[in-house]
Design a protein. Structure first.
Lengths: 318, 318
């Protein structure tokens, strides 16, 4: 049985093995990913983001339990782009999700940056495909923080949940603003805390002021993930959003944009690899860099020089 | 007088005009950036990052005042990648830096994402070049947060300051780990707060455990930016780090890596533009995307198809 066949059969060890290859030697994973690709596209991908300490992992655990009750299988990818070390927070969260780990209908994987800060978004996209091909109905992609890399990761999702909590201070207001763009659903967690009502009211006000997409106004749910309060409503909210996307051919459109971005990234990387191979011969690239460093050439002129040797006339087409 | 000539003469309005072009219509800025390029490379670029609320802007204000006392000119770029809206926090900080704004030896500019989350790092690199060509001795690049985009921005710096504060809770520990990689200098601000000593001790312990670069061990400074306490030592620390870089030809090596990355980014973008131009004709790209969406082709096969029409045999060289 090949690795791809094992994954299609839902074998947990095969899944783990291919993910490890994707993380460490991505080129070697390509044949298996190609073999799996025709079997992808069935899973619903739910992105979850929000500031550290907002209880995302506990929330994901609760949502997963609810979906399991409804007979669905679930994959969970916990991504920590901020830490190139083994993420302490994520480890703690995994212990909290311990009872899920023994459920064969659930697959949980943590992903850190392992030294290289780039490539995490790409690896995450590939892990989603693996879990999708393995037959998971829902895939949660949980990210720590709200920076650019989180946004890139979240772009992979069909539905994005943004989790906020009361009492994180005024600086959170700034973060919130950036997040309006990507939220399909808001969850105010730790809603038993003081000021939870104010956070909900502020969000609703921001949504009133934002006129961007009138067809879908992100709903705001209040939860207490530790006790499970409000979880069923969030699961219904996710299903409503997916339903909305399907009705308007928006799911297809969103996914097509993802394919476009993914293909273009493979192209970019492939072309850069070829260029570097070509320009490394005889130290040509180093000579060019030295000229730029000495201000004999500017970076644009150098870039055009590289492009020209590659494309002949500097225009597309062969 | 051309825009580039105005900038070389240090004209504040010319600087502001070109920055606006860089932000809104980057292609149009290229000729001016090319004209300025031979006059760049003199400024020392200092990156400042750290969690929201750590007092980065106040610190930058104080460092700037000290450098002005020492007869240096300063550019300040405040970058907020998290907020596509006008950043509330940055606006507040600018008011705090108000007395600097009237000093002709200081140029301050805030940069947000303006809807498009990509391209901010590139725009920041170009603004650094503009201020460099305009004759600023020091350029501070201040970013909110500690995600991937901040790291990308900070990579532009010759020296990177990471600012931490006591009392931001345990989650900060996770963030700290990711930051060890990029810090040349640590500043524990708000050092008059309880627990400041503990943060310093924790940092020193982390540095002891990290064996990465033995030649330069990042110093840890304690400051109270609001009162100016500890600022002179940080300025000296920055100068020591620059001195260390120069002594070991490391400044040159760091900058050369930046040129390499910048040139490769221009190449990638240029080639993708050409590819899209070529593939958009007759809806060829949409047809290919539809095939990928229908699982008739996988993304790798589609990418290779695109590369092949462009490079002929799929290999570098013309």
């Amino acid at each position: 049985m090949t690795l791809a066949e094992g994954i299609l059969a839902g074998d947990q060890r095969a899944i783990a093995r291919l993910i490890t290859i994707v993380e460490n030697r991505p080129r070697e994973a390509i044949p298996a990913l190609q073999a799996l690709y025709p079997h992808t596209g069935k899973a619903l991908v739910v992105g979850i983001t929000g500031p550290p300490g907002s209880g995302k992992s506990t929330l994901v655990g609760r949502l997963t339990k609810r979906l399991r009750q409804l007979g669905k299988t679930v994959g969970i990818i916990a991504v920590d782009p901020t830490s190139p070390f083994t993420g302490g927070a994520i480890l703690g969260d995994r212990i909290r999700m311990q009872d899920l780990a023994t459920d064969p209908g659930v697959y949980i994987r943590s992903m850190g940056t392992r030294g290289s800060l780039g490539g995490l978004a790409k690896a995450t996209h590939n892990v989603i495909k693996i879990l999708d091909a393995a037959g998971k109905d829902y895939i949660f992609v949980e990210t720590v923080g709200v920076g650019q890399s989180e946004v890139d990761i979240v772009k992979t999702a069909d539905t994005t949940l943004v989790v906020l909590v009361p009492g994180l201070g005024d600086d959170i207001q700034t973060i919130k603003a950036g997040i309006l763009e990507i939220a399909d659903i808001f969850v105010v967690n730790k809603a038993d805390r003081q000021d939870a009502g104010r956070v909900v009211a502020e969000l609703e006000m921001m949504l009133d002021l934002s006129s961007k997409e009138v067809e879908w106004r992100p709903p705001v749910y209040s939860t207490v993930a530790t006790s499970g309060k409000g979880i069923d409503a969030v699961v219904e909210g996710i299903e409503q959003h997916i339903h909305y996307l399907c009705q308007n051919s928006k799911l297809e459109a969103r996914r097509r944009e993802r394919y476009r971005a993914e293909i273009m990234n493979i192209v970019k990387e492939g072309i850069i690899t070829q260029l570097l191979d070509f320009w490394s011969v005889g130290g040509k690239l180093e000579t060019l860099l030295a000229e730029v460093a000495a201000r004999e050439k500017d970076p644009y002129a150098a870039a055009w020089e590289i492009m020209q040797t590659f494309t002949g006339n500097g225009k597309g087409g062969s």
